[in-house]
Ligand binder design. Sequence first.
Ligand SMILES: [Mg+2]
Length: 413
Amino acid sequence: MGRNAQLPAGYERFRAAAGTVPDDTGCGVLHVDMDAFYAAVELRERPELADRPVIVAGAGPRSVVLSANYPARRYGVRSAMPVGTARRLCPQAVWIPPNREAYREVSQGVMAIFRDLTPLVEPLSLDEAFLDVSGALRRLGSTPAGIGAHIRERVAGEHGITCSVGVAGAKFVAKLASGMAKPDGMVVVPVAETLDFLHPLPVSALWGVGRKTEENLRRHGLDTIADVARAPLDRLRRSLGTALGEHLHALAHGRDDRAVVPDAEEKSLGAEHTFDVDQYDRAVLDRQLLRLSERVAATLRARGLRGRTVSIKVRFADFRTITRARTLLAPTDVAREVHATAAALFDEAVSGGAVRLLGVRVEGLADGEAGEQLSFDAPAPRWRDAERAADVARSRFGAAAVRPASLLSPDEG
Ligand SMILES: [Mg+2]
């Protein structure tokens, strides 16, 4: 799910092209992202459509766009857009229903290519992953950009789709770079030029800056990453809070210590509920999402795990089934955070209709301690403490002793 930003003016020098590759010494992190993944998989069997706008979406009137190829994007069509909007923007598009089995199969093949090269592969979703290649260079007799080029060739040759690669010294820089490389390109950010690369970009490019934080930063006159880098740390702490202020300060100076964390053994944990009677009522559905989130988070805590991606499954009365997923900034085992994400996904994906089944799942599991990271735009630690206390009470006195988390959390929206 790259941002698909175009390469900004003046950034052409970072592009790796035949014969000209920027200096990749010390660039141990690769971010690899398939281009218009679902659409690309579909086009393998229908190459005659490659130059026409192609949209992958479910059939229902409330479906959203799952994937759009680049010709469709030129009309403004984007993932997660309601199909009605996409139809208005691009009436001549070819519509293809999703085939999730095919996408999963290609995803496994692509991830296997990555793992051939390094054990340090951290998938973020079906179609993107971070790789730490710093320990593999000597064995492979290659460079980071050389490995990136090799990956692009193998993905195209073995799977018939293209991908884009960002190469950098830190995760968030590599992710920005792959977004700029799209489609079908590679962007290398030399370690020595990291700040030249970052500073002209808007603050929204910083990993973890959502819309709310962006507004806050802009209110304080901080429009570009350079503005954040120049702001005194004390001022950032005061206006953003200590954790967020310090974190953005570090990112703006190109510092990001987050390691590439390979996939844990247990890949996901989930809970589902089928209603006795199809449900329309938003409040009832939201309460169920909360209950499922509490169950999943309690299981995570009991097993000492945290997960980085929250997904929901919604089956409608007509058995049409959708899933949506979002990757969090830092892994979580907090029900409030799982629920907030699940509820947001639900609100974005479902505009009405009778629901038969709801599911909440947390994926990308990692050991709870290893997953401990700085988190921001995230619930205060007291929520984790409150939920842990509830775990203890529940184990001693049974579930009846504990009020639901919804009653423990009167303030946040
Ligand atoms: Mg992608």
